[in-house]
Design a binder for this molecule. Structure first.
Ligand SMILES: [Zn+2]
Length: 147
């Protein structure tokens, strides 16, 4: 068994520990680092799952990337793609809704594309979610080439 982040060998206890708390196979150091990221940014655990699934798919995602104004759940800088995980669609307030749209507008003006993914898509359709993001990445790459 190896850490999904650094590839270091981990023992059975560490495997149980990391899967139990984060749902991802990680070494002691990376379990600690990810837990700190979650604590500092209130990162949904689904973002962690998507982050490692994208890594495994050969993408180079960044977790909790600071765009100068706010922290983005996952960013793929090569194609200027920001991914935000929606924690709870039903709980969104009207202020939040318009703020989200405004944020998306600002990042779009700066050349960034923002997509929002409901956490349920990650929870139940992780593979399909990754597939779709890969499609978006190749679409963005084609657009970059066209310019
Ligand atoms: Zn590690």
């Amino acid at each position: 068994m190896t850490c999904k982040d650094c590839g270091k060998d981990i023992n059975h206890h560490q495997h149980k520990e990391s899967i139990g708390s984060l749902g991802v196979q990680l070494c002691e150091r990376h379990t600690r680092l990810i837990k700190k990221v979650i604590l500092d940014n209130n990162t949904p655990v689904d973002a962690i799952h998507l982050f490692y699934a994208l890594k495994e798919a050969g993408v180079h995602p960044m977790l909790e990337w600071w765009d100068g104004k706010k922290s983005v759940d996952i960013a793929i800088s090569r194609v200027k793609l920001n991914i935000e995980i929606d924690k709870n669609y039903n709980m969104i307030t009207h202020e939040q809704a318009i703020n989200d749209l405004e944020d998306a507008m600002h990042s779009f003006k700066n050349g960034f594309t923002t997509i929002r993914i409901p956490h349920l898509a990650i929870k139940y359709y992780l593979d399909e979610t990754v597939e779709n993001i890969l499609g978006i990445i190749s679409g963005l790459k084609a657009n970059i080439k066209a310019i």
